[in-house]
Write a protein that binds this ligand. Structure first.
Ligand SMILES: [Zn+2]
Length: 177
């Protein structure tokens, strides 16, 4: 029976992890930004209510709203404008992935749309020639999205994890504890 029990424990842990990941509060104006610093690369995961990007949380209706979505998507794809790391770290954009059920972007999970609210997830990967020099990042989200008021930032490095709150009009996030 022991192997089965061990398997069950792992299964429970993974379910709990998934539930926690999806259980973050949906607060208009507040976005979550997870920054993971590894050898040679930095991965940023942004999770934001669509309202903070668009002022609505559904598929666009009409020309004006469609334009607004196009502008927001273009701004979200401009990773080098949204995230400027310490220049000596030599970080360059490797990939950008956007995911939103309401906007039919990417491949969103089933929990993306709930009770009239909708989120957008974005994943950014930067490759860095000297990642140890990336001691701070200037975040351009408040410039690009007037409705976004604050960012809950979680930084994970080889030396540990810590949290930062970034509130408009601040831009700079320290990546060292
Ligand atoms: Zn909402």
């Amino acid at each position: 029976m022991k192997p089965i029990r061990a398997w069950a424990a792992v299964w429970c842990l993974s379910i709990t992890g998934a539930a926690l990941a999806q259980g973050r509060p949906h607060v208009h104006g507040v976005a979550q930004l997870d920054i993971a610093i590894e050898t040679g690369k930095i991965t940023l995961q942004l999770e934001t209510p669509l309202d903070s990007l668009l002022g609505f949380e559904r598929a666009p209706r009409g020309v004006a709203e469609t334009r607004r979505v196009e502008t927001a998507v273009a701004a979200l794809k401009a990773a080098g404008v949204l995230f400027r790391f310490t220049p000596t770290a030599g970080c360059a954009v490797a990939s950008v992935d956007l995911s939103s059920a309401a906007l039919k972007l990417g491949s969103p999970g089933p929990a993306e749309q709930r009770e009239g609210h909708a989120d957008l997830d974005a994943t950014y990967v930067f490759n860095c020639t000297d990642v140890a020099r990336a001691t701070e990042v200037d975040v351009g989200l408040f410039d690009a999205f007037i409705r976004m008021q604050s960012l809950k930032v979680e930084v994970a490095t080889a030396k540990g994890q810590f949290k930062r709150d970034l509130k408009r009009p601040s831009k700079r996030v320290s990546l060292v504890r």
